[in-house]
Design a protein around this ligand. Structure first.
Ligand SMILES: Nc1ncnc2c1ncn2[C@@H]1O[C@H](COP(=O)(O)OP(=O)(O)OP(=O)(O)O)[C@@H](O)[C@H]1O
Ligand SMILES: [Mg+2]
Length: 375
C-alpha cells in the first residue's frame, strides 16, 4: 500500500506517525485509523501522499491539507509536502449488504407539512452534491403530486429499458432521476391503494438501473402517511432531513414527522433540520422581512436534539426556477438561497459520512426478500 522511503528523507513510519496526529475535523478521528491516507511516496525530502476524503463535497478540505502539511512538514529532513486528493463516500452497509443495489446512501427529504419547499430543497441538494463531484440519484416518491420532472426540466420524458428488465433513469443536470411523472400522464389522477404504493416505491429502488450512487435523495410527499411507511419498510434509509418553514404551525408538524422517523419500528436517523423560506430580503432596500417568523428550524432542532443544517431565504427566483425546470443552484449560483443550499449539501454529506463511520448500533432491519433479489 505504501511506497518505500529513501535514506536522506524521512521514513514512511515517520510520515504515518505524523499523519496519525491529524484528525478529520468532522469525524474527530485521525486520518490514518480512518484509512484516509494512501500512496505515500518519499523521494529524498519530498513527500507526497493521497488523502481519500469521505465525500467529494468536503467543506474542510483546506483545513485537512493545512494540518497534513504542518504535521509532515515538521518531520526532520522533509523539504516539500504534496497532498493529492481522492474521495470515497462510505457506504451505509445495511443498504448495500441487504439489497442488491449500488446505492451507498439513501436520504429522504420530508416534512410534516405540505408546500414548505421539500421538492425544491431535494432538487437543489441533489444538484449541489452532483456539482461537488458525487454521483447522485433523485427519487420522486411523491406519487400523488410528482414535481421533480418539472423542477428538473424533464417533464414529458419517458424512461426506456435497455435490457428489458430494468428502467434507465432520466438524467439531467448531472442527476439520475425516477418519478411516477415519467410513467403516467400528468393529467391522470392517481388513486393508490396501500399495496400498489408499496410496489411502486419498491420498483423505484430495485427496478431502476441506478448504477453506483453515492447518494440517492428521496423527495417525499407531505405528511406522515402511507408513502413514508412504505418507503421505510422497503429500504433501510440512511437518514432523513426535515424541511420546515419558520412559523409555529409548521414547527408542530415537524416535531411530528421527526417523531415518526424515530419510532422504534421505523428507526430512521434524522440527520438534520432545514429551515426554508426564512426571511425575505427586499431587492430594492435590502431590508429583511421575516414573513413566516423566524428561528423555527433551530428551535425544533434543539428541542429534538438533532442538527440544524441551515436556512434558505425566500427568493422569488426559486419559484421561477422551479417552474422553468432550471435548478436555482445552477441558474443563480451566487444568490443567498443557492449559497445556503450548497452549504447545506456540504453539511449533509459530512453528516452522512460521520454517521456511517461512527455507526453506533446495527439497526434491526429485515430486508424485503423481493427487493433483495431485484436489481
Ligand atoms: N426559498 C424559497 N423562496 C421562494 N419560493 C420557494 C422557496 N422554496 C420553495 N419555494 C416555492 O414554494 C412552492 C412550494 O415548494 P415545493 O413544491 O418545493 O414544496 P413541497 O414541500 O415539496 O410541496 P408539497 O408538499 O406539495 O410536495 C413552489 O412554488 C416553490 O417554487
Ligand atoms: Mg413536493
Amino acid at each position: 500500500m505504501f511506497g518505500s522511503g529513501s535514506k536522506q528523507g524521512p521514513t514512511e513510519e515517520q510520515v504515518i506517525a505524523a499523519l496519525s496526529t491529524v484528525n478529520d475535523p468532522e469525524i474527530h478521528r485521525d486520518l490514518v485509523s480512518l484509512g484516509m491516507v494512501r500512496d505515500i511516496v518519499i523521494d529524498g525530502g519530498a513527500v507526497r501522499f493521497t488523502v481519500v476524503l469521505t465525500t467529494p463535497a468536503c467543506p474542510l478540505k483546506q483545513t485537512i491539507e493545512d494540518d497534513c502539511r504542518a504535521a509532515v512538514g515538521a518531520i526532520p529532513g522533509v523539504g516539500s509536502v504534496r497532498v493529492d486528493w481522492d474521495a470515497q463516500v462510505p457506504r451505509d452497509n445495511r443498504l448495500t449488504s441487504q439489497l442488491n443495489v449500488g446505492v451507498r446512501n439513501a436520504i429522504a427529504v420530508g416534512s410534516g407539512k405540505g408546500g414548505v419547499g421539500k421538492s425544491s430543497v431535494a432538487v437543489n441538494l441533489a444538484v449541489a452534491l452532483a456539482r461537488q463531484g458525487a454521483s447522485v440519484g433523485l427519487m420522486d416518491a411523491d406519487v400523488y403530486g410528482p414535481n421533480v420532472p418539472m423542477m428538473m426540466g424533464v417533464e414529458g420524458e419517458r424512461p426506456v429499458s435497455r435490457d428489458g428488465k430494468r428502467i434507465e433513469p432520466i438524467e439531467a443536470h448531472g442527476v439520475k432521476m425516477i418519478s411516477i411523472g415519467f410513467l403516467v400522464d400528468a393529467k391522470t389522477p392517481l388513486v393508490w391503494r396501500g399495496p400498489m404504493l408499496h410496489g411502486a416505491i419498491r420498483q423505484f429502488l430495485g427496478d431502476v438501473n441506478w448504477g453506483d450512487l453515492d447518494y440517492l435523495i428521496i423527495d417525499l410527499p407531505p405528511g406522515t402517511g402511507d408513502v413514508q411507511l412504505s418507503l421505510t419498510q422497503a429500504i433501510p434509509l440512511t437518514g432523513a432531513v426535515i424541511v420546515t418553514t419558520p412559523q409555529a404551525v409548521s414547527k408542530a408538524d415537524v416535531v411530528k414527522s421527526i417523531a415518526m422517523f424515530q419510532l422504534e419500528q421505523i428507526d430512521v436517523p434524522v440527520l438534520g433540520v432545514i429551515e426554508n423560506m426564512s426571511g425575505f430580503v427586499a431587492p430594492d432596500t435590502g431590508t429583511v422581512y421575516d414573513i413566516f417568523g423566524r428561528g423555527g428550524g433551530p428551535e425544533v432542532a434543539e428541542q429534538m436534539g438533532i442538527a440544524f443544517l441551515g436556512e434558505v431565504p425566500i427568493d422569488p427566483a426559486m419559484r421561477i426556477c422551479g417552474d422553468a425546470g432550471q435548478p436555482m443552484l445552477l441558474a443563480h449560483p451566487e444568490s443567498p438561497a443557492s449559497i445556503a443550499l450548497d452549504a447545506i449539501a456540504h453539511k449533509l454529506a459530512a453528516a452522512v459520512s460521520v454517521m456511517n463511520l461512527n455507526r453506533p448500533k446495527p439497526r434491526n432491519f429485515q430486508a424485503d426478500p423481493d427487493l433483495a433479489i431485484m436489481g
